[in-house]
Design a protein around this ligand. Structure first.
Ligand SMILES: [Zn+2]
Ligand SMILES: [Zn+2]
Length: 349
């Protein structure tokens, strides 16, 4: 099979790998869509020295069709359309049984340390195969494996309602998913991003307001839009010091914020920013596997147009160009795809 590798210094290459063979309880999935994610860029931007000898295939947003079954696999069948949960766990510890596979002491994440989804075939466990309803495309499946899942789990923590103004910091794929879900839950959403293309896409997909933090003071702008009170809720996806401070400072008294963006090197928040105002600040990381069906229900019943944020589609052979473009931060969601025809909504394999 073909698979992508990152040799270092912002390069991607396509190489040949042996096809994975499913062991007991394992499943091989033929990829149909694999999302490019901001977290892939942390690996892509490493130096050649940092990457030395590392030919692990990246990609943790897999979606495709079940190709082969190992011994003992009974629930999943060859030909099933699936989204793949992106951490493999032991399946038996306290965290796995609670659905928090990302906290399993034996967890293995796609793209590091195990081969990921930017390849023709992906090896996974039966329990990781999440059935993809026929109404949802493989692009939806890829988005729900990471960006949409991260956003959904965060919106559940924020408990968005029709009375809330939600400030979403960063309008990349995770921020856009959060914006769409907060809208579907009834919220009024303000999108914040310094990149004009991302603000335009956010407004086009349904954000009520879009703010450029390079132009105006975000705290003041959000207070102006909320009768001087501040946002009820904030979702921080940028990982920047400006976004993290903006999210806290823009909240109303007693407001709540969820943080999912990594990246800021400097110390950004001081407790004096949230003690007196009694803010609730939470971290969130991917999504527990038990929330999958609840997310599917929201996406289907509220017709959330996740796929409309996909602005760029590439074949796996185009990985060098795809990652170079994605690295500039000006795309919406970018995905690798196989067989263009299967991308129409409701299309069966
Ligand atoms: Zn991701
Ligand atoms: Zn476990």
């Amino acid at each position: 099979m073909r698979g992508v590798v990152f040799p270092g210094n912002r390069r991607a290459e396509v190489r040949d790998f042996a096809d994975p063979q499913p062991g007991p309880g394992e499943v091989v999935v033929r990829m149909k869509a694999s999302g490019l994610c901001g977290s892939d860029l942390h690996l892509y931007r490493q130096t050649a020295e940092q990457r030395a000898g590392n030919d692990t295939i990246p990609g943790h947003e897999p979606s495709g069709i079940v190709e082969a079954l190992g011994k003992g696999v009974t629930r999943v069948q060859v030909g099933d359309r699936v989204s793949v949960y992106h951490y493999r766990g032991c399946g038996h510890c306290k965290q796995c049984l609670a659905g928090n596979i990302m906290w399993c002491p034996e967890r293995r994440g796609y793209g590091g340390p195990i081969h990921g989804a930017d390849a023709d075939l992906l090896l996974t466990d039966e329990r990781n195969c999440l059935p993809l309803p026929d109404e949802l495309s493989f692009a939806h499946g890829a988005l729900m494996a990471c960006a949409a899942g991260t956003a959904y789990s965060s919106m559940r923590k924020l408990q968005v309602s029709g009375q809330d103004t939600v400030a979403v910091f960063g309008q990349g794929p995770v921020g856009l998913c959060g914006m769409l879900m907060a809208k579907a839950m009834g919220g009024r959403v303000i999108g914040i991003d310094p990149i004009a293309e991302r603000r335009a896409l956010s407004l086009q997909l349904g954000a009520d307001e879009a703010i450029d933090p390079g132009e105006i003071d975000v705290r003041d702008a959000i207070h102006d839009l909320t009768d001087g009170e501040g946002a009820d809720l904030a979702f921080e996806t940028s990982g920047s010091a400006g976004g993290q401070n903006g999210a806290v400072n823009s909240l109303r008294l007693g407001g709540k914020a969820v943080f999912v963006g990594f990246g800021a090197r400097e110390k950004t928040l001081n407790p004096s920013q949230f003690i007196g105002r009694q803010l609730t600040l939470m971290g969130s990381f991917v999504i527990p596997i038990y929330m999958y069906w609840d997310m599917v229900k929201l996406v289907l019943e509220r017709q959330i147009p996740l796929e409309q944020m996909v602005t760029h589609r590439f074949s796996i052979e185009e990985a060098p160009e795809a990652f170079a473009l994605f690295d500039q931060g000006k795309t919406g969601k970018a995905i690798s795809q196989w067989d263009q025809d299967t991308y129409r909504r409701g299309c069966r394999p």
